[in-house]
Design a protein around this ligand. Structure first.
Ligand code: SF4
Ligand code: SF4
Length: 490
């Protein structure tokens, strides 16, 4: 790990051409952030407890007997906040995703990476769960560094074994919850309680997910935010000078000088030139104590300005506020602010860009809600049986065979009745579909009979009405194949 003293020697502009977590040999600088404390940390703890409670309770919360959230990829069934989506609703999902992505863009343009610091599962689990376990077992940053430098003695072995054992147990719990969101709690319970041989795929997924979560929280840590998360990578196109970020007030803080240097100058033990300052230098409030850097879990110095690595965890705000209180200066040298607010003392939230994005978002949301509201409760498909032609019947009648599939998207069983509305003809059911269970589908076969006078050439369009409890719930069309020499339409 690069020490603070080493960092100080790095040219001030050099932070732009290297990553804080990679040293000059290309090896990883392990970050040992000091345990944070302060009002923002307390508030984040409170939010984290609420979100963790929601995350753990999520698979057990049901609406009309259905889970709050289910992403069942294998069965192609998705339930989002109690609303079920089927593969047939792909257009709705795409619209919903577009609206969600645009919401992220608008939110980020205004509030920067507020989500990363306060609500991202990676930050919450890393900083509020795993990091706390680490502090509890190995101590604060300085104790962790000392422990890692020690040879493998009894203390190091038991502490490391305990920490990684607890980490893996936590990762196992998270992986189970994650699976519960994907396959549903009932199926997860079956995997856990049935003999392992009956659910080899499920058990393998459980072990793989546990390994992935353990690797992420025990080893990868901030590297996930730096290299894996696409949201972090997209910051540069979403933020502007009015976006609210965790910012260092350079106008108030600069020129920074340590307490030691200030003491020397005050007591005429050194001149400004002796200490490397210009003759007309005037000092700001930053005492160059590096407390903001020591607590940063991303290993960056916020005084270098907005950086892609910053996840807005607010640890540096708390650390600097604490320093300011100790030196009798106002809090907020590092605070939530924007570049324009600090440079020009003007904060603008509703910029033309935000207004433009918000208008498009509103249109998308209205369209999405309208499409969702108008979505039929059933999805019926009637397709002529592949490979069959028309059948010629006595009395100038013709018939086609069809496959019928009815999908019930509601949370209740529904009765089903099909009527041929145009042209006049007869529907003969070859396998009765009289009701469709909730959130399920039913299949059957049909024979449609038309007389020659109702045919419109080789292809006749059929219109069906789908009825449930006597009420029409859907209109669908299909094609009827007849003889090509038929001229009854003329
Ligand atoms: S904690 Fe505050 S005073 Fe100390 S180095 Fe950071 S910005 Fe300067
Ligand atoms: S710079 Fe501050 S807000 Fe950003 S990650 Fe580091 S400690 Fe958190």
């Amino acid at each position: 790990m690069a020490s603070i003293e080493e960092d100080k020697r790095i040219n001030k502009k050099q932070f732009r051409d290297h990553l804080s977590t990679v040293n000059e040999e290309g090896k990883r600088n392990w970050i040992y952030p000091k345990k944070p404390s302060g009002r923002y940390y307390k508030a984040r703890n409170f939010v984290a407890v609420l979100l963790l409670a929601f995350f753990f309770a999520g698979p057990f919360i049901t609406i009309n007997g259905n889970p709050l959230l289910l992403i069942d990829i294998l069965n192609r069934k998705f339930i989002i906040f109690g609303v079920a989506f089927w593969p047939q609703d792909l257009h709705l999902l795409v619209f919903g995703m577009l609206a969600f992505i645009l919401f992220i863009v608008v939110f980020t343009a205004i509030f920067g990476r507020l989500f990363c610091g306060w609500a991202c599962p990676q930050t919450i689990f890393m900083e509020m769960v795993f990091r706390r376990i680490e502090y509890w077992i190995e101590g604060d940053a300085a104790a962790q560094i000392r422990l890692n430098r020690k040879p493998w003695n009894f203390e190091k072995i038991w502490k490391k074994t305990t920490k990684h054992g607890v980490f893996f147990a936590m990762a196992f719990v998270i992986s189970n919850l994650f699976l519960a969101y994907i396959i549903g709690k009932d199926q997860l319970f079956q995997i856990i309680t049935d003999p392992p041989s009956e659910h080899l795929a499920g058990l393998s997924a459980m072990i793989v997910f546990s390994g992935v979560f353990y690797g992420v929280f025990a080893f990868m840590r901030e590297q996930v935010c730096h290299f894996v998360c696409p949201y972090g990578r997209m910051q540069s196109v979403m933020l502007d000078n009015n976006s609210i970020n965790v910012m260092y007030d350079y106008k108030r803080g600069e020129t920074r000088a340590s307490v030691k240097d200030r003491y020397k100058l005050k007591n005429r033990k050194a001149t400004l030139e002796d200490l490397g300052f210009s003759a007309d230098e005037s000092f700001g409030d930053c005492i160059d104590c590096y407390q903001c850097v020591k607590v940063c879990p991303m290993g960056i110095d916020i005084r270098n300005g907005t950086q892609l690595e910053c996840v807005h965890c607010t640890a540096c705000i708390d650390a600097c506020d604490d320093v300011m209180e100790k030196i009798n200066k106002p809090r907020g040298l590092i605070r939530y602010s924007s570049e324009n607010a600090i440079r020009d003392e003007k904060q603008k939230i509703l910029t033309p860009r935000v207004a433009g994005y918000s208008s498009i978002l509103l249109i998308l949301l209205i369209t999405f809600v309208t499409m969702l509201t108008l979505r039929p409760d059933t999805e019926t498909t009637i397709l002529r049986e592949p490979g069959t032609l028309y059948q010629e019947l006595p009395d100038n009648m013709y018939s086609n065979i069809y496959n019928l599939k009815v999908l019930n998207k509601t949370f209740e069983d529904i009765s089903f009745e099909l009527k041929l509305e145009h042209p006049e003809g007869e529907v003969v059911s070859l396998g009765d579909v009289e009701s469709v269970p909730a959130q399920n589908s039913a299949e059957g076969r049909l024979l449609i009979k038309l007389s020659e006078q109702n045919l419109s050439g080789a292809q006749t369009e059929l219109t069906f009405g789908v009825y449930s409890n006597g009420e029409k719930i859907e209109t669908i069309t299909s094609g009827f194949l007849g003889p090509s020499n038929n001229n009854s339409s003329q």
